[in-house]
Ligand binder design. Sequence first.
Ligand code: PRX
Length: 685
Amino acid sequence: MSEDKSRHHAAEQQTADVSEAQIAVHWPEEDYFSPSNQFIAQANLADPGVFARFSLDNFPEYFKEFADLLDWYKYWETTFDASHPPFWRWFVGGRINACYNCVDRHLPRYRNKTAIHFVPEPENEAIQHLTYQELFVRVNEFAALLRDFGGLKAGDRVTLHMPMVAELPITMLACARLGVIHSQVFSGFSGKACGDRVSDSGSRLLITMDAYSRAGELIDHKQKADTAVMEAAGTGHQVDKVLIWQRYPGKYSSPTKLVEGRDVIINDVLKEFRGKRVEPVQMPAEAPLFLMYTSGTTGRPKGCQHSTGGYLAYVTWTSKYIQDIHPEDVYWCMADIGWITGHSYIVYGPLALAASSVVYEGVPMYPDAGRPWRIAENLDVNIFHTSPTAIRALRRNGPDEPAKYNFHFKHMTTVGEPIEPEVWKWYHTVVGKGEAVIVDTWWQTENGGFLCSTVPAIHKMKPGSTGPAIPGIHPVIYDDEGTELPGGSGRAGNICIRNPWPGSFQTIWKDPDRYVSQYYSRYCHDPASKDWRDWPYMAGDGAVQAADGYYRILGRIDDVINVAGHRLGTKEIESAALLVPDVAEAAVVPVADPIKGKVPDLYVSLKPGLVPSVKLANKVTASVVSQIGAIARPRRVVIVPDMPKTRSGKIMRRVLAAISNHQDPGDVSTLANPEIVEQIKELAR
Ligand code: PRX
């Protein structure tokens, strides 16, 4: 949709909401940067013929190449089954185990190679190097515990609320070995948020850790488990056991008491399972591997259900050819495993390729902005993966730090948000020392792996653009009326993917209707169609495609805000604010932020007769943090006498967003209460 048309459309419909894409920064087109010959010479994929092989004419069989990177117990019969659109099935009839592919199959060649480098946050604590053999032993022993002590079997769900420690991939892989569906909740999320996910997934077991180190503090994490269990109980769901890893084995590091009969210290019970081995369960390709909850357009987070065979094939292929991972590489993705990036590109993709993957416990800036570069130097990391937010923060706090350390990246990734060309160039010149290629990867929790990116040895890089689609992915941009924008038009619209792909989620856990309505209904002209061509996947992002075929992502077109590369539903934040009894109405809008990309501003109005106060604003903030977690903390809470409203009573978030972003709110004369705008401007100054 053109900007003009979009404005017209908004005015016409009195659109009350504002999207990230609408406040996106439009920077000019940049010049290209080329990958070095040295990089190209060693790259896993340098043959441009790949695009012809992965043309839409060859769909779906070209995805066989993805699945052939894996070891199958039983080869599949049908590559792609489209009989129940849009519930696609991949590699049907195949049998596989994800843990086997990430661990066991590497033992003959790589048993003594490091699988996981665990870097504790305190710098005086030794880095732990876990070999593939050690990973095999630990995963087996823990799988035996989960099965024989935890009573878990294939198809059961288990919630993990774990920090960034080696025990997290060990736990995930132990689940995968048994065919148990893991649902890891980001450790920074509150106990309440965890409890909601425990209940929604129907997990009888919650696996957590007593404590972990963050920004120099040993944080009591176990207390969140108590809240989570209570919260789940409030929804009528009972948790039988809480299994607790010790951050320091042999010592309980949390001040929160254990609950008798429910809480179990894993490190104690594990002793009984010493030397135990568990045969990997031969799972159907289509069996769910994990759930990953993410924010959507309604208040409730949704559990994206990812498959075993299709997902693993997709992350393995993209790790090999877009991340350019070779077994001899030391690869560090600084994301948190609690997000999809960590699942796909810390755990499953790199380990399926027998790489050494770094798991760093803490924050990048602790104790100073040189920390990541010391880790890179120490471990000789040569592939680095992080978000624009982290890059901006490292640049602001230590622009000259990378030059002080002797590390050399061949490849770097950015993911999660648009990256400003200026920031990209610092990443390239200073962090990459002018040697590393950069891939700007665009994708989502729902997608399993990358959708758009340059192929690093084939395409030139263009700062500020994600690049074309990866091989096998065929995007299209529609305007709001469903008309396809011509390729390379440079006009903004809604980006969709024409074809299904194996990494895509299978459904929303317990909510298949929402899966269809949110992602497929809008641009499907014939809901009765059995032809996959009629079911484009709608990503929910605004995008433009330049004449060279590169896409630029503008941001969310729905009421989701991407804060520091993490998705938050505005409705979730508003619901948390409304739990404070004094609050009558709440509205959240995205605000551009120099470090975090976007942050939420929260406007609230009070019930009649109540007086605004700082104390009350703090209470609202505290409610958001306890309901969701610190990452949802609003930049500020503005208490207003009334919300700007349409005549039909809809809150005009568009006006609030303009005020927060120091933009012109435009014509407000059609509001029911136009005079409120000036008052709010004063309050929000
Ligand atoms: O708006 C897009 C933005 O992040 C959203 C997906 O967030 P999440 O599911 O949490 O996954 C993040 C990591 C995969 C998208 O809808 N986004 C992701 N990558 C980029 C991006 N925006 C611009 N450029 C990117 N490279």
